[in-house]
Design a protein around this ligand. Structure first.
Ligand code: SF4
Length: 392
């Protein structure tokens, strides 16, 4: 059993992360609030939210990622039509069954019509709780930067009112620095994974990344470091898997067992867009000058390519560049059923990867999908064909 310098074994770290993964009732958040009386916990839907603002208000940022396969939908279906994705149903279900009552407010980023409708539904069902609809910039220039600073300032002001004290520039700069460290650690984790994917399987890596949505960011930083050390020390040997990139799962989460299925089918997932919000901004935000402007500038200037950001330019260029950097041999398009942003982008991304000579395959899931045999056969055949015939 390999242990880190803080004494936790790899098994302990993964058990901790996986417990958080399945903690639909947010007991970790409830525990935090008990030990931090008077402080706020604020939820945010995927993909990106200014978690730094919640932290600067002395609060706990919490990721609301739907119910996965842990929540039975009893009432949530009644609020939405059948031909949309699953995450709004489980979110409403968790709101109605009390799982999310520990949250003092919610942020809904403007990523698609479904989240827009969910935010309206949320405000009707829970009018006593503040809910912010965060409009993302649609122009990535001076106008967009100024607009987005205004949006962040609006939410920051109201977040301060909810917390009972104003968010000072100093506090926000300190919070940005802690999150910059988180971004740097996640980049370090990504480098390790690219170099030795057999030691950093996607199911583990994502459990560790996702844990950051339920614990204080300082603890998450420690967790990432511990995991890197323990996984490096594990001594797991390489096998002849195909290196692939996973694309399209940036919002509704796939079941953890779907990721394990990909591993078992012969794929090393060396890059992905899971929990993209944590890794959306490349590099540091920085703590110089006006911190609201720094956050807005970083978002506008250094966000990764994403289906919900309407940037001019060639779609798929960044995907191909990431695939090349990761020495990926193929692309797995893995989007939630009925996810308009992911599925509308897919043909353009497919065109780009085909032009680049990269093989690809595509399948869909819902967060509560329970059968993986078909995906295993498809991904396994894809991995085998790469190993046997690919020249990518
Ligand atoms: S899964 Fe896709 S369609 Fe559904 S809320 Fe997320 S981005 Fe919107």
């Amino acid at each position: 059993m390999m242990t880190t310098n803080t004494g936790r074994s790899l098994e302990d770290i993964l058990e901790f992360a996986e417990t958080l993964y399945h903690d639909a009732a947010l007991s970790s958040v409830r525990d935090w609030k008990k030990t931090h009386p008077g402080r706020i916990a604020v939820g945010s839907m995927p993909v990106w939210a200014p978690r730094e603002l919640i932290h600067a208000a002395g609060g706990l940022p919490v990721s609301v990622m739907g119910g996965g396969d842990d929540v039975e939908i009893i009432k949530g279906d009644a609020y939405f039509q059948s031909y949309i994705c699953h995450i709004p149903r489980s979110t409403i279900e968790m709101g109605l069954n009390g799982s999310l009552d520990v949250l003092d407010g919610m942020i809904f980023p403007s990523i698609c019509d479904v989240i827009r409708n969910l935010s309206g539904m949320w405000k009707l069902l829970f009018p006593e709780k503040p809910a912010w609809y965060l409009d993302m910039p649609q122009s990535f220039d001076e106008i967009g930067r100024s607009f987005f600073r205004g949006e962040l300032l609006r939410i920051g002001k109201e977040m301060g009112e909810l917390a009972g004290h104003e968010i000072t520039a100093e506090a926000l700069k300190e919070s940005i620095a802690v999150f910059d460290r988180n971004r740097a650690l996640l980049e370090r984790l990504q480098e390790h994974r690219l170099n030795r994917p057999w030691m950093f399987p996607i199911s583990e890596v994502w459990s560790v990344i996702k844990a950051g949505g339920f614990i204080p960011i300082e603890e998450h930083n420690d967790l990432i470091e511990e995991y890197i050390a323990a996984a490096e020390a594990s001594g797991r040997p390489p096998i002849d898997n195909a290196r692939v990139i996973l694309v399209g799962s940036f919002c509704e989460r796939p079941p953890l067992n779907l990721l394990r299925t990909l591993e078992r089918s012969g794929c090393y997932v060396v890059d992905d867009d899971l929990s993209l919000g944590f890794r959306l901004i490349r590099g540091s935000v920085g703590a110089e000058g006006d911190p609201y402007q720094a956050l807005a500038d970083a978002f506008v200037e250094r966000s990764r390519e994403a289906a919900f950001l309407y940037r001019e330019g060639e779609k798929g260029k960044e995907l191909v560049a990431r695939a090349r950097a990761a020495h990926a041999e193929g692309v797995l398009f893995c989007a939630p059923s009925f996810c308009d942003p992911a599925l509308l982008d897919q043909p353009m991304l497919v065109e780009a990867v085909e032009k680049a000579g990269l093989p690809w395959t595509a399948f869909k899931y819902a967060e509560n999908t329970g059968q993986f045999q078909v995906i295993r056969e498809q991904a396994g055949t894809f991995a085998d064909s790469i190993k046997l015939w690919s020249v990518a």
